[in-house]
Design a protein around this ligand. Structure first.
Ligand SMILES: NC(=O)c1ccc[n+]([C@@H]2O[C@H](COP(=O)([O-])OP(=O)(O)OC[C@H]3O[C@@H](n4cnc5c(N)ncnc54)[C@H](OP(=O)(O)O)[C@@H]3O)[C@@H](O)[C@H]2O)c1
Length: 307
């Protein structure tokens, strides 16, 4: 079944958190949810950018109710503070783990891990883990993880997560996006085994014009403009996340993407193809254990029994 913007149900009374909501796909996800009546917490690292996003959301739609939640996913102390603040909310119905960084020059998070793995995966792993009790209250929330077509062909190099033995921008981006999908599917396995009301889903936006190419220089900007003209806009790229977050037919463990041109673009979204590696429970369990070790945060969910 394909899902369009017009299929997003009313979200009145719901509270959503969207990471990286100040621009690009995250902004469009926040907009889609706010226009349908959800109160949206914009989880961003830059107060000025978040405020500008709030103003844009308000000017486009007077129903939009938004708040700024300071969050720097590279920094576990900031993740803890954001989770504490979010924990004070009366309820959380939707958490969209969307923020991401792509192909920067070699950089490391304060904890020592390579930046893409730290921001795209570890920060979201920790944030979700810290919020699990809150997410399980009031009937259970949906957790949506933003992956990418780039997960295909990627692997996790557990012996080089700090890039001390070499760094390739593309390889490390693919690794982080595979980690997003492994985590989303493994989280749902563990939630089901624990009879939790929380569900975990994943999505990808196809290829969309956003600020994601900011580290790729002039060529990246040209490529971005071409993408916007030929493939997806940031708004269209938000639809799979909005389907994951709101489609009444969507279920835990589902993975959604654009419904056209080999999942690269489309005005509707639907089921996407996850690689065999992304569905590997042994790899996912290993990533989970490593993520607990690296973040010091244990979501407290036991592994699901082998199928
Ligand atoms: N665009 C595509 O074609 C495409 C394809 C596949 C997957 N994706 C995924 O879609 C997601 C959104 O990307 P986008 O295309 O919308 O890119 P974008 O326009 O560059 O937006 C990325 C967002 O992530 C935020 N972010 C980066 N580092 C952060 C940190 N340390 N802590 C908190 N927030 C941080 C950015 O905040 P600042 O503005 O402050 O930097 C920004 O809000 C990413 O996960 C990306 O991997 C995108």
């Amino acid at each position: 079944m394909s899902f369009a913007f017009s299929d997003i149900p009313d979200q009145s009374g719901k509270t959503a958190i969207v990471t990286g909501a100040n621009t690009g796909i995250g902004f469009a996800i926040a907009q889609g949810l706010a226009r349908k009546g959800a109160r949206v917490l914009l989880a961003c690292r830059d107060a000025d950018k978040a405020q500008q996003a709030q103003e844009r959301l308000a000017s486009g739609h007077e129903r939009a109710v938004t708040e700024f939640l300071p969050l720097d996913l590279a920094n576990i102390a900031s993740v803890r503070e954001a989770a504490e603040r979010a924990g004070e909310e009366e309820r959380i119905d939707i958490l969209v783990n969307n923020a991401g960084v792509m192909m920067p020059p070699l950089s490391r998070a304060p904890g020592g891990c390579e930046l893409q793995f730290a921001v795209n995966h570890l920060g979201h792993f920790a944030f979700t883990g810290l919020l699990l009790d809150k997410l399980a209250a009031d009937g259970g929330a949906r957790v949506v993880s933003q992956s990418s077509l780039a997960h295909r062909g990627a692997t996790i190099d557990f012996d080089n997560l700090d890039a001390a033995q070499g760094y390739g921008r593309t390889k490390f981006y693919g690794q982080s996006k595979l980690a997003n999908l492994l985590f989303a599917i493994e989280l749902d396995r563990r939630l089901r085994a624990a009879n939790s009301p929380v569900v975990s889903l994943a999505c990808h936006p196809g290829i969309a014009q956003t600020e994601l190419t900011r580290h790729l220089g002039v060529l990246g900007n040209l490529f971005g403009a071409l993408v916007g003209a030929v493939l997806n806009t940031g708004e269209a790229g938000a639809l799979p996340a909005l389907q994951s977050a709101t489609d009444p037919m969507a279920q835990g463990g589902d993975y959604y993407g654009p419904y056209g041109l080999r999942e690269m673009s489309g005005r509707t979204s639907g089921r996407a193809i996850a690689s065999k590696t992304a569905r590997d429970p042994l790899l996912a369990a290993r990533l989970w254990a490593k993520s607990v070790e690296l973040t010091g945060i244990d979501p407290g969910l036991a592994p699901a029994p082998a199928a």
